[in-house]
Design a protein around this ligand. Structure first.
Ligand code: SAM
Length: 274
């Protein structure tokens, strides 16, 4: 099990190191980060921890909002994503933000308890292998009255992600895409870590146009993704059957002219009251 965790983390690091230079140009993550931040609505003077900060989309916007009396600590596993974030923060002359290369699975010892007013995580929880432990660490880091705001893909979000998760389930493999797929699952996971006053809102984002002829390539990309790592445990014969089902299901729902691959996210918030 330990070796799988290391493999997922290092595969994630490689993926995002590779994507760092163009990450900010994608159509989905910047609007998601903006939505998460407006839900969180940080206030001047707050102390914020941004998990899986990437290129700092959330962290930098938060640092601007909380002003010089506040402080943002932003962590990520990818050096290249962090390098982009640091460069952007420096160009803006921000002095109230620091970036650290920390894997969230090791963060328990990285920060003292009762340190932060708000923990944020945009498009990051889906990568966390041991979600209950991560949420519980976040709870411990918060001051009394502190808040967490994070997001998670909803069931049915992204035709590619949800179809691969559904076909993998037939082979007894749970991919993490739909782990927090319903508002109830989000609430249960968040309250399981001790949070109260939990709110979940569901937001739809227009995805890219998906055409049937793109499906073969989409499957190959999906197979390379760190979140699909468990699929590579399958025998080649099983993997071939799984791919067949993936293509069959998507070809049945995607019309000839293509379909917009909508992404649906739950934005979750909770408060540490004790
Ligand atoms: C989709 S990006 C999201 C980045 C940013 N929060 C945003 O809203 O654009 C996911 C980020 O999670 C980071 N990540 C994944 N697993 C991680 C882990 N175990 N510890 C720290 N960062 C991690 C990746 O390196 C990547 O930068």
């Amino acid at each position: 099990m330990a070796s799988r965790q290391i493999t997922i983390a290092s595969a994630t690091e490689v993926l995002f190191d590779h994507r760092a230079a163009t990450y900010d140009t994608d159509d989905f993550h910047p609007p998601l980060a903006q939505t998460l931040l407006s839900t969180a609505s940080p206030t001047p003077g707050q102390s914020i921890l941004d998990l899986a900060t990437g290129t700092g989309l959330v962290a930098i916007a938060a640092a601007k909002t909380i002003g010089p009396t506040g402080h943002v600590t932003a962590i990520d596993i990818s050096s290249k994503m962090l390098a982009v974030a640091k460069e952007k923060a420096a160009a803006l002359g921000l002095t109230n933000i620091v970036f650290h290369k920390v894997d969230t699975k090791d963060m328990f010892t990285a920060f003292p308890r009762y340190s932060f007013d708000h923990v944020l995580c945009s498009a990051g929880m889906v990568f966390m292998d041991d979600l209950p432990t991560i949420l519980s660490d976040c709870y411990n880091f918060l001051k009394i009255g502190g808040k967490i705001t994070f997001d998670a893909p909803a069931d049915g979000s992204s035709l590619i992600g949800s179809t691969s998760a559904n076909v993998a389930r037939q082979y007894g493999i749970e991919l993490p895409y739909t782990r927090l797929g319903t508002a109830q699952k989000c609430t249960d996971a968040t309250s399981g870590a001790g949070f109260e006053d939990i709110h979940v809102k569901t937001v739809r984002f227009k995805g890219t146009l998906l055409k049937r002829e793109m499906l073969d390539q989409a499957w190959n990309r999906q197979l390379m993704h760190p979140l699909s790592k468990k699929l590579t445990d399958l025998e080649p014969r099983e993997l071939k059957m799984l791919k067949g089902k993936f293509l069959e299901r998507l070809e049945a729902v995607i019309p000839q002219e293509g379909a917009v691959d909508e992404i649906v996210m739950h934005i979750v918030s909770g408060v540490r009251l004790h």
